[in-house]
Ligand binder design. Structure first.
Ligand code: FES
Length: 151
């Protein structure tokens, strides 16, 4: 294979970082997490198929709306032979992620509303502060200073 044809098909980690806007360290992390894959050259350098750019874009957009990496990995794992997500794949995944995003927005709105009571207060009371002890989860663990006894 000539150098020109190799360049047309594969990207170094630096090229992938430049083109995707994702740091090389994050790309290596994605690879460790099984989200993208590369082959190694004789000199042990990573080479990524060119369509990894689209896969990285899929990962970044998903992360931007708050989808955990484990969910992204599961969705990518559904694609046959490690195939890169297509427009149709995105159309199938994004409505589910919109529902998750809506749920998080509702949770944050509730948090914002409860924060109004806390502004200027500072008590962080486990008895009465909805932010310090949401839904009294510590109370369900039993009596006493649960956070101190857990240490
Ligand atoms: S800080 Fe006092 S109620 Fe939350």
């Amino acid at each position: 294979m000539t150098d020109v044809s190799w360049k047309a098909r594969e990207l170094t980690v630096g090229e992938l970082a430049d083109r995707s806007g994702v740091a090389p360290s994050a790309l290596r992390y994605y690879e460790r997490e099984g989200l993208i894959a590369s082959r190694r050259t004789a000199g042990n350098q990573r080479r990524y198929p060119r369509d990894t750019l689209r896969r990285v874009a899929f990962i970044r957009v998903s992360q931007r709306v708050g989808v955990p990496l484990s969910t992204i990995r599961a969705v990518l794992g559904l694609l046959p032979d490690g195939r890169t997500p297509t427009r149709a794949d995105w159309e199938r995944a994004s409505p589910c992620w919109r529902d998750d995003l809506d749920a998080r927005i509702r949770e944050l709105e509730g948090l914002r509303d409860r924060l109004s009571d806390c502004i200027g207060c500072g008590c962080l009371s486990l008895d009465s502060c909805a932010l310090a002890n949401p839904r009294d989860v510590l109370g369900a663990e039993g009596a006493g200073p649960r956070r101190l006894t857990a240490r």
